[in-house]
Design a protein around this ligand. Structure first.
Ligand code: NAX
Length: 328
């Protein structure tokens, strides 16, 4: 029998945590043949609620779930972690400036990065979901100099899935027939969902759509502002879809992307496509044997270039701000 994989989830008592943990435990994160042990990390005030979620996990009697432990100390929470899902973060409160937000999250992601550095398993893979996800990932990465930098990633898969769904509705072609869509840049309103390389039932998506006005004024803003639209409708932010995207992100990273398709991941740039090295930015990637690679050689037209540059500029500003704060 296989050794269980240790999965640490931060913010375990939150709404994404509630949607995420049951899917991890039922085998959707890694595969139906992979046993898991859950390590839930919360702040002290969240521990009791996490214990309640753990009781429900017990009550599911999931065959693959081989243990649940709950912590409020990151050093313990990340001990032996093979996968780290960093969901808990500090949301922007009323009147909070970006600098305050980055500083508050630095107070979370810096110690968590250090704990990963000192206590996680050698093969640890980290996904940051908590916003601002790209820059939080950068902070955690900087605090973990002994962990290969490429193990720190940020989630743009929800944006990717949202874009797939919007394109499917526009073209009337099921999502299963849409390939090679890309989210570039930051997980924020500046992100750029790119359909110029995407295919819809084997045909170029931009040609099938053939409507630049829809692209610029409907598709891109709808995808970029979907989070706000969900809050408006639900009275709460995306939770199940965010959890689903986190599952997809790790599943793809560990188990590989299918031939002829790719996914979007926020990853440290190697300078590809003019994105400054080291920024954690979203790229089209293929994965194999637990490693990802940026898809190379795509032609970036003017329409795309301007939008990628704008989002990357925002990431550079966030990086400068956290440098200024001494967080990286
Ligand atoms: P909730 O407020 O429901 O839950 C957050 C949980 O994190 C709370 O239980 C809190 O006690 C815990 N927490 C706070 N600080 C912690 C720390 N230092 N260590 C451990 N746990 C800690 O938020 P939820 O709706 O679950 O969202 C979590 C994060 O995901 C937010 O930052 C949110 O902005 C972000 N999102 C990111 C998305 C993405 O695509 N990258 C989309 C969905 C979501 O908005």
């Amino acid at each position: 029998t296989r050794t269980p994989v240790n999965v640490t989830v931060t913010g375990a008592a939150g709404q994404i945590g509630y949607a995420l943990l049951f899917r991890i435990a039922s085998g959707h994160l890694l595969g139906q043949d992979v046993p898991v042990k859950l390590r839930l990390l919360e702040i002290p005030q969240g521990v009791k609620a996490a214990e309640g979620t753990a009781m429900e996990l017990d009550d599911c009697a999931f065959p693959l779930l081989q243990g649940i432990d709950i912590f409020d100390d990151p050093n313990k929470g990340f001990e032996g972690a093979n996968i780290g899902l960093l969901v808990g973060a500090r949301p922007r409160g009323p009147g909070m400036e970006r600098g305050d937000l980055l500083a508050a999250n630095g107070g979370i992601f810096k110690p968590q990065g250090k704990a990963i550095n000192d206590h996680a398993a050698d093969d640890v893979k980290v996904l940051v979901v908590g916003n601002p996800a790209n820059t939080n990932a950068l902070i955690a990465q900087a605090a973990a100099p002994d962990v290969p930098a490429e193990r720190f990633t940020a989630m743009t898969r929800l944006d990717h899935n949202r874009a797939l769904s919007q394109l499917s509705q526009k073209t009337g072609v099921p999502v299963s027939e849409i390939k090679k869509l890309t989210i570039w840049g930051n997980h924020s309103a500046t992100q750029y969902p790119d359909i110029f390389h995407a295919t819809v039932a084997g045909k170029n998506a931009a040609e099938v759509v053939n409507d630049e006005k829809w692209l610029a004024e409907d598709f891109i803003p709808t995808v970029a502002k979907r989070g706000a639209a969900i809050i408006d409708a639900r009275g709460a932010s995306s939770a199940a879809s965010a959890a689903n995207a986190a599952i997809d992100h790790i599943y793809s990273w560990v188990n590989g992307t299918p031939e002829g398709d790719w996914v979007s991941m926020g990853i440290p740039s190697d300078g590809s496509y003019g994105v400054p090295e080291g920024l954690i930015s979203s790229f089209p990637v293929t994965t194999k044997d637990g490693k990802y690679e940026i898809v190379q050689g795509l032609d970036i037209n003017e329409f795309s270039r301007a939008r990628i540059d704008a989002s990357v500029k925002e990431l550079e500003e966030e990086r400068a701000a956290v440098r200024e704060l001494g967080l990286i």
